[in-house]
Write a protein that binds this ligand. Structure first.
Ligand code: SF4
Length: 521
């Protein structure tokens, strides 16, 4: 049955789906179910309608103008406020969950060390994984890049005459442009993750690694579903929307020719792929069709099953502030009468492993905590980055894919270091952002105006006398100049905020007057 065949307006809701406050939403102990999402503070969709701001404009390899897209997001105050509140709520839940276990820092350290060790011996662990998977009856493939990954998967589907594929959320397949490639080759893809399905129906990329549609309000989702699934455009009740999507997607899932998942962890010792979801959607993709494919970034390896517990504990707490994801599924070998394929994908990872300053970004377990804490990300939305990966982790990964196209991204940070503090695998994110700025400046990958300004700033900052003179002149100018001379299009810093009031005396002058009078230096 196709999605078009369903009529969510006419067909009744599933009997278990009831409005909020319904007693059936309580567990056996009488308490409301407190899973990760259930425990969240509800962020109400704005009552007033506001057009959803769209992401960055892409012009081939031209540098992404993240600031321009961010400005449009900020200009939609209802969206910006809802996005900020939602992510800050997740950040607070993450803090509570990590503070609830005294061994949190120990776990972070362990996770970091296991990843460092695995990456330092990646060739050995990849060979071990391949041998174990083959022994389990799995067909193992190697893809050097995204294009090869897509060709391999298409070849598997073609060999089986498969025309429809259900797929659980996978950032790797986003990296590979998988959905577009398959559409061009006549293969129907159905996303099984609710957020990712919303994004697919709206023809947008995911804006967050864990919550793909977090930049949308419920009203936006109601509009997308009304347009694509025929639901009631005025009904933005979350239960109604989720159930409508379920009713239209389930038949497609049951009839699909093949299923595909990404991979959170790949265990070298056993050849197992582990996926962590809150909707059980990877289980549908992995267990319903007879043909099963798993796409694995080569950095997802961990040595042994005993290491998995460390990552499961840090991932769920960092991502949503929950103790564990609802589903942690292990895919080890084909079930009777089925076929299983695993595709190990490099797509720039080996090259990154050789980058002295940036290789530790490969430790990332895609929890999204650095995004939730980042003030720039929360106020500009993930699609403003115009890249598969957004937020702080995106700033250090994206330029490894295309230095010119993503040359502006490392400048979209306040460098407050909060991303580094929350990272469960201890990636020094803000230091890598700074390192990218240096690389890009040295390679002239930044705009001429910025290059000139940095040169001028360097000349002033390296000469104490020139610096003091400049500060003195700026202080006097701020006091004397009319407002329009300070707040104009040239001063982008002053667009959304007031310049600080200039002090009566510089610190240097104060120090000289108060501390150096007795001969102190
Ligand atoms: S860089 Fe760290 S905090 Fe950010 S998504 Fe990756 S693991 Fe999570």
């Amino acid at each position: 049955m196709s999605a078009e065949g369903m009529n969510p307006q006419k067909d009744p809701l599933h009997p278990q789906v009831q409005p909020p406050g319904d007693e059936s939403a309580r567990g056996q102990d009488g308490q409301r179910l407190q899973h990760a999402e259930g425990a969240s503070k509800p962020v109400r969709a704005p009552a007033a309608r506001e057009a959803q701001p769209r992401g960055a404009k892409i012009h081939g390899d031209k540098p992404i103008d993240q600031a321009e897209a961010a400005e449009r997001f900020i200009a939609a105050p209802l969206h910006q406020a809802a996005h900020d509140a939602r992510l800050w709520d997740v950040r607070k839940k993450r803090d509570a969950a990590t503070q609830a276990i005294p061994e949190w820092e120990e776990l972070r350290e362990l996770a970091s060390q296991i990843k460092t060790h695995t990456l330092a011996n990646l060739d050995t662990y990849l060979e071990q994984f391949e041998a174990a998977a083959k022994a389990n009856g799995v067909h193992v493939h190697w893809a050097a890049d995204g294009a090869e990954h897509n060709r391999i998967v298409h070849g598997i589907l073609r060999d089986h005459g498969a025309k429809t594929l259900i797929k659980s959320k996978s950032m790797l397949t986003e990296e590979c442009g998988f959905r577009h490639y398959m559409a061009a080759n006549g293969i129907d893809i159905i996303e099984t993750d609710l957020g990712e399905r919303i994004q697919q129906l709206d023809e947008e990329e995911p804006s967050h690694v864990v919550m793909p549609a977090v930049h949308k309000t419920r009203i936006d989702v109601a509009e997308v579903f009304a347009r694509t699934l025929g639901t009631d455009p005025t009904n933005d009740d979350a239960h109604y929307l989720a159930e409508s999507q379920r009713m239209t997607t389930r038949p497609l899932i049951l009839q699909a020719d093949a299923g595909m998942t990404g991979c959170n962890f790949a265990i070298a010792e056993t050849g197992t792929v582990v996926t962590c979801t809150n909707e059980g959607n990877a289980d549908l993709s992995g267990n319903v069709p007879k043909l099963q494919i798993h796409s694995i970034g080569i950095e997802k390896l961990i040595p042994r099953i005993e290491h998995l517990g460390v990552f499961i504990r840090v991932l769920a707490r960092s991502a949503l502030g929950s103790t564990i994801t609802q589903y942690t599924s292990h895919f080890r070998g084909p079930r009777k009468g089925t076929e299983m394929h695993m595709v190990l994908v490099d797509n720039g990872r080996s090259a990154r492993l050789g980058m002295e300053e940036f290789w530790t970004s490969l430790k990332c377990i895609r929890c999204g905590a650095c995004m939730n804490t980042c003030p720039v990300y929360r106020r500009s939305g993930g699609l403003s980055y115009g890249a598969t990966y957004s937020g702080p982790i995106g700033l250090i990964i994206d330029p490894t894919f295309n230095k010119r196209k993503y040359s502006t991204l490392p400048f979209s940070s306040t460098m407050n270091g909060s991303c580094t503090n929350v990272c469960p695998v201890k990636i020094n994110i803000h230091e890598q952002i700074f390192a990218w700025r240096k690389v890009l400046a040295e390679e002239h990958q930044i705009p001429l105006l910025k290059q000139g300004m940095m040169k001028a700033a360097g000349a002033v900052l390296s000469r104490p006398a020139a610096y003091r003179a400049a500060i003195g002149a700026a202080d006097s100018a701020l006091k004397a100049l009319p407002r329009f001379a300070v707040y104009n299009p040239v001063n982008t810093w002053g667009k959304k905020r007031e310049m600080p009031e200039s002090p009566k005396q510089s610190f240097h002058a104060w120090y000289k007057q108060n501390r150096m009078k007795d001969g102190a230096k």
